[in-house]
Design a protein around this ligand. Structure first.
Ligand SMILES: [Zn+2]
Length: 88
């Protein structure tokens, strides 16, 4: 049973935050490998991954406003910064 507990420990504190962080980073146009390593080694950096903004428009996740160049979520049709209409 000890082995199962050890595997569970590494999964919860290293593997899962690493994979989740890599996935979130990828949806924001960031380097998934870098964030896999960072979040995997130190799970609290997952908060950075979640709250940092996207670096570029990512189809299906984020779009860039043509007038103010801010990033909005893909499902939003109006820019959250300047209220202008976002093209589809
Ligand atoms: Zn805008």
């Amino acid at each position: 049973m000890q082995l199962v507990q050890e595997i569970a420990f590494y999964l919860v504190f290293f593997a899962i935050p690493g994979v989740v962080g890599a996935r979130i980073a990828w949806t924001k146009g960031r380097n998934p490998l870098l964030w896999l390593v960072l979040n995997g080694l130190f799970a609290p950096t997952l908060m950075v991954t979640i709250f940092q903004g996207p670096t570029r428009a990512v189809p299906g996740h984020y779009r860039q406003c043509p007038s103010c160049h801010g990033y909005s979520k893909w499902r939003e049709s109006v820019c959250k910064y300047c209220q202008s209409e976002l093209p589809l």
